[in-house]
Write a protein that binds this ligand. Structure first.
Ligand code: GLA
Length: 377
């Protein structure tokens, strides 16, 4: 059943519209966004769809086609902590519009998403960005910066201290392109990424190890980076080059040095990757920077896990041009850049390796750079 029909079935009338936004994979540039650095993600061809209609009585009713209880709350009662679970990503957007002085009406909303949850593919940003388009239109408001609005919903309402990578990718990406974003200036540009033309494919390997950015390691890494920047007297790690860091090494303990080295080297790798593609060189040539990024995330930033490492090692051994964990880490997904005719064989090799190691079966699928957030109907 499509989203419009599911809304009609549930609420007994037609939705005012359907809005959708994609999940993302980050090609390269991990844990750099909150250090004001560079990222290079693409939207994937998996999307969160929102069917919505305004209500006159100030009630917000939220439902999902996925397993999950519906939620109901008055718009005037919205506050962080009032809702838990999946519905806080939707309600948080309503709340963030309210903070900006927008009079937001009550609404009936149905979420229908095929972005895998907990897989490090930004299922929550996809929900927020689709909801932001719906709420902006249905409240007749003109809030210009939906990236920051959605990030605020995620940080303050849903309680996950993330950067702007995911929401920027979901809102600004375009089909057939990756998005180069400077997280300090917020300048961005689209870089063509035509995988099919070069007979390449991007495989997502969802390890099924669930990550959660509102607990533990992610916030700890942010803290490590802030302390390292402070110790070195810079506003953020973005302001350092590798030679700067080597010279400043005596001022940092081992762990802070490693965290900083990841961020500084990762920023350089993003610039290398962007320059490579913009010079019209083969996509396959990105393999080495992807592989180095993974090593740095594993050894210096320490956000990988055995399943992600196995996915990357097996894909590389089976002939991938490059592979790395993508997203925040501690589980979630890896991406592998492979030649199209070999995609199936490499995916199967990873599945077999997981089986031999006694890990839960991963899900392997190819993604294409898809369109960003938009109104569908
Ligand atoms: C998660 C966060 C992003 C970013 C990545 C790591 O996906 O939501 O803001 O920090 O981790 O690059």
């Amino acid at each position: 059943m499509n989203t419009a029909a599911a809304f009609r079935n549930l609420y007994g009338y037609e939705a005012a519209g359907i809005w959708s936004a994609p999940g993302r994979v980050n090609l390269i540039g991990e844990h750099t966004d909150y250090n004001q650095g560079f990222v290079f993600p693409l939207a994937i061809d998996r999307r969160a769809r929102i069917a919505a209609a305004p209500r006159q009585d100030g009630l917000l009713r939220l439902a999902t086609t996925a397993p999950g209880d519906p939620a109901e709350i008055r718009v005037t009662d919205l506050a962080p902590g009032r809702l838990t679970g999946w519905s806080r990503y939707l309600a948080g957007v309503h709340w963030a519009f309210g903070l900006r002085g927008v009079h937001v009406p009550g609404m009936d909303i149905l979420l229908d998403s095929d972005v895998p949850v907990g897989a490090g593919l930004s299922s929550s940003a996809a929900v927020e960005c689709a909801a932001a388009l719906a709420v902006r239109e249905l409240s007749g408001s003109e809030v210009p910066d939906l990236v920051l609005l959605c990030q605020q919903a995620e940080n303050e309402f849903a309680g996950a201290p993330t950067g702007i990578l995911d929401q920027s990718a979901s809102l600004l990406a375009e089909a057939g392109h990756a998005l180069f974003l400077d997280c300090r200036s917020r300048e961005s540009r689209l870089v063509p990424l035509d995988l099919a033309e070069e007979a390449m494919a991007l495989l997502v390997i969802d390890t099924k190890v669930s990550h959660a950015h509102d607990s533990g390691g992610y916030a700890e890494r942010r803290g490590d980076c802030e302390r390292a920047a402070e110790a070195l007297g810079v506003a953020s790690l973005r302001d350092l080059t590798l030679p700067d860091l080597v010279l400043a090494a005596p001022q940092l303990d081992r762990r802070a040095y490693q965290r900083a080295r990841h961020v500084v080297s990762e920023n350089a790798r993003v610039l290398t990757a962007v320059a490579h593609l913009e010079a019209g060189r083969p996509i396959r040539g990105l393999g080495q920077v992807l592989a180095s990024s993974h090593e740095s995330l594993r050894d210096d930033f320490e956000v990988s896990c055995p399943e992600l490492d196995l996915a990357v090692e097996t894909a590389m051994a089976a002939g991938a041009a490059g592979a790395r964990m993508t997203g925040g880490g501690f589980g979630g997904s890896a991406v592998a850049l492979v030649s199209r005719p070999e995609a199936e064989r490499i995916g199967a090799a990873v599945v077999r390796a997981f089986e031999r190691s006694g890990y839960a079966a991963p899900e392997v699928f190819a993604v294409e750079p898809g369109p960003g957030a938009r109104r569908d109907a």
